[in-house]
Design a protein around this ligand. Structure first.
Ligand SMILES: Cc1ncc(COP(=O)(O)O)c(C=O)c1O
Length: 319
């Protein structure tokens, strides 16, 4: 299986680096959506599965289980398909319909939870379901992006690509969810070039950096619990972006740079641009763009959805 997996390695990493138009900074973006299944999660899932096989936790008969409705599920499902491994993603009703269709096409089985937990979300029900499935499935393995250190270790390659591309680099802006990307990039880079500042970008309502919890409608960025692996990260600063600003960031990215990317890219673009504007020195900054915009067409890129979100958020503010 490792041989088969290694063939995929050629399609993960070495993603393009593009310089963007900006008067206040030398602004670059790493287009992580060019990875095998369209997101930077390929680095995480490759590493989790590769090390799971190497450590003897995954063999040909193993069933892989993951609580994910997003890019990680798509990536793990695709890798499992290539390796002929059984994969069960545990999803919830908030899943994007294109992702649900694809997961149904390539997974062994899709388990969709429908009951909300006491917080009003689905996270705890999903975790409970994953644990139950693991208990009842002999030879099963949980691809746990929040707790498995192989998630962030999978981003060492990204750190290496960044350092080999820049002689001078001041800032790296990266969106945070499971924290795999920021933990992997920062632990690699800080050991070698500690002067490069790592800026985490999160969404309002996410609890990762202890912000006030608010209902979140935008997928991909943020988390409703602090990911254990983040304790290995070295983060210099954090920018919290509002949900409406993320939408603005995505449209600005599209209109100013002709880049059609997902919510996290819009968030880091806005954060990096504002940072550049406020900075008196012309710095060199790199942004990580994790995925493309297609799966956000019904949300971020839908003007009606955006207008409804603005009303909903205003109502929550007034409560
Ligand atoms: C849409 C999106 N946002 C943010 C991230 C960064 O997430 P994490 O902190 O889980 O590594 C990813 C990683 O692939 C992503 O796909």
């Amino acid at each position: 299986m490792l041989n088969e997996l290694e063939k995929l390695a050629a399609f993960i990493g070495n993603t393009p680096l593009i310089e963007l138009k900006n008067n206040d900074a030398n602004l670059f973006a790493k287009l992580e959506y060019n990875n095998f299944t369209g997101s930077s999660k390929d680095r995480a899932s490759f590493s989790i599965i590769y090390n799971g096989i190497r450590d003897g936790k995954i063999n040909e008969d193993t069933t892989i289980i993951a609580s994910s409705s997003g890019n990680l599920a798509i990536s793990v499902a695709s890798i499992c398909k290539r390796l002929k491994l059984k994969f069960i993603p545990v999803i919830d009703p908030n899943i994007n319909s294109a992702y649900e269709t694809l997961l149904n096409l390539i997974s062994y089985e899709v388990v969709k939870v429908t009951e909300r937990d006491y917080t009003g979300g689905y996270l705890l029900t999903r975790i409970e379901t994953v644990d139950r499935l693991q208990a009842e499935t002999p030879n099963s393995f949980i691809a746990d992006q929040y707790g498995d250190p192989n998630n962030y270790k999978g981003y060492a390659g990204l750190g290496e690509e960044i350092l080999s591309s820049f002689k001078d680099l001041d800032y790296i802006f990266t969106a945070v969810s499971s924290s795999g990307a920021i933990t992997g990039i920062s632990s690699y880079i800080k050991q070698r070039r500690p002067e490069i500042k790592i800026i985490g970008v999160d969404v309002e309502g996410s609890v990762i950096f202890n912000a006030k919890p608010v209902k979140r409608y935008i997928s991909g960025i943020g988390a409703s619990r602090i990911p254990p692996i983040i304790e290995n990260a070295i983060i210099d600063d954090v920018v919290i972006v509002s949900q409406l600003d993320i939408i603005r960031g995505c449209f600005e990215l599209l209109n100013e740079q002709a880049i059609f990317a997902g919510a996290s890219s819009g968030a880091v673009y806005l954060a990096a641009k504002n940072h550049a504007k406020a900075n008196t020195v012309k710095a060199t900054s790199l942004m990580i763009f994790p995925d493309k915009g297609h799966t956000y067409l019904d949300t971020i890129y839908n003007k009606e959805w955006g207008a409804e979100l603005a009303v909903k958020l205003k109502e929550t503010e007034l409560v």
